[in-house]
Design a protein. Structure first.
Length: 396
């Protein structure tokens, strides 16, 4: 009987990205192993474990996020496979997220929403971010595209607050409306903060899409953040499969294996068509912020500085919908969120969504969703329970 392979996983356990890859690895190992897994609890910036430099096992899967980890990995005498394109010169076999396809998906998402001005905000010093920046510019080549280059800006280098103020001024100077891709979700949160500093409306003036689809971060954002999700489990299964072949003596591939992203998860940060008319943009922002407070179309017209008839004509010409339909759309989205994420009663949800009569909310909801609010809540929870799985791991 051949010995069970000993495999070290130097992958952060503290973030959604790392845990998703670990889940894919565990599924492949359970089906094709078994492996003896060596893994520590770790964060993205943690140093390599003390035992790694003298590792005499059979293989390693790593997300090399620091130069210290990369230096240790380069010296190992066992097959090593990387799953993060942080360093261009790591020179080990790899399975990576397809950064060019990620950027193309973000650009297509914004182009579909009629944006014609684009911008990219990256992570300085990260090779994968540079790839996404270049690919986003290519995908938006028929339009106006701006790249934020923080390392060339003195205020960014001085402090985090200075950097945010500098980013805010840069965003303020961009032509509007503009679609912005951030290199990942955390960077997108910085863009949202910078927009707030300048009272720039999101998404009416600046639509923002991140990368990673970290659900906690995306839902903490205000408004909730649209994001490009990775196919993390496939990255994990492909990495485990390739390492398995390398440990059996197969020659390493000449090029990294690239895994395409899943479809963009659209949330409110891009929940708007590009609107050039400032009065229509103001009306859309007012509806987004106050639709669940019982506003009427007349209230929206006053805020936009138009008569009701002029407002309805402008909405029809630019958006193809009526102001009333947009108010109902925002209310419907809020109802779905409350049904999915809270245990509030249907009556309480109706009042929070701006309805004086719960029965009227129920009628509108069934007309739009073809099910009652109670049926929607039950279905969404059944779907969430069906998706819940948790990876297992073993420690040395």
């Amino acid at each position: 009987m051949s010995p069970r392979p000993h495999v070290a996983l130097i992958i952060e356990t503290s973030k959604t990205f790392g845990r998703g890859i670990l889940l894919g690895i565990s599924r492949w190992a359970n089906a094709h192993g078994p492996w003896s897994i060596y893994i520590d609890e770790r964060g993205p910036a943690d140093p390599p474990p003390d035992w790694l430099a003298k590792w005499d096992g059979h293989g390693v899967i790593v997300r090399a996020q620091t130069t210290e980890v990369a230096d240790v990995v380069r010296k190992l005498n066992v097959p090593v496979l990387d799953t993060l394109r942080q360093f261009e010169d790591l020179n080990v076999p790899a399975v990576y997220a397809d950064d060019r396809a990620i950027a193309a998906a973000a650009a297509e998402h914004l182009i579909e929403r009629r944006y014609r001005h684009f911008a990219f905000v990256g992570v300085e010093g990260a090779y994968w971010s540079d790839l996404r920046s270049a690919a986003f510019a290519v995908a938006a080549k028929d339009f106006d595209c701006h790249i934020y280059e923080p390392l060339s800006r003195r205020r960014f280098r001085a402090s985090w607050e200075g950097g945010q103020d500098d980013l805010a001024e840069w965003l303020c100077d961009l032509p509007k409306p503009v679609g912005v891709m951030a290199a990942h979700d955390l960077r997108a949160l910085c863009v949202l903060d910078a927009c707030r500093r300048m009272s720039i409306a999101v998404p009416e003036q600046v639509a923002i899409v991140g990368v990673d689809d970290d659900e906690v971060l995306c839902r903490l954002a205000d408004p909730p953040l649209s994001s490009v999700p990775h196919d993390l489990e496939r990255i994990g299964t492909e990495a485990a499969s390739l390492l398995g072949r390398l440990m059996q003596g197969e020659a390493p591939p000449e090029e990294p294996l690239l895994v395409k992203p899943l479809s963009v998860v659209a949330r409110r940060s891009t929940d708007s068509m590009a609107i050039a008319d400032p009065q229509v943009a103001a009306a859309m922002r007012f509806i987004r912020e106050h639709a669940c407070q019982g506003i009427r179309v007349e209230d929206v017209a006053v805020q936009a500085g138009l008569s009701r008839r002029a407002l309805e004509r402008a909405f029809a010409a630019q958006l193809g919908i009526s102001p009333h339909a947009q108010i109902c759309r925002v209310q419907l989205q809020r109802i779905k969120e409350l049904l999915t994420e809270t245990d509030l009663s249907i009556e309480a949800i109706a009042y929070k969504a701006g309805f004086n009569y719960p029965a009227y909310m129920g009628t509108m909801f069934k007309r739009e969703m073809n099910m009652t609010p109670a049926e929607f809540r039950a279905a969404s929870r059944a779907d969430a329970n069906g998706r819940r799985t948790s990876p297992t791991s073993r420690r040395p």
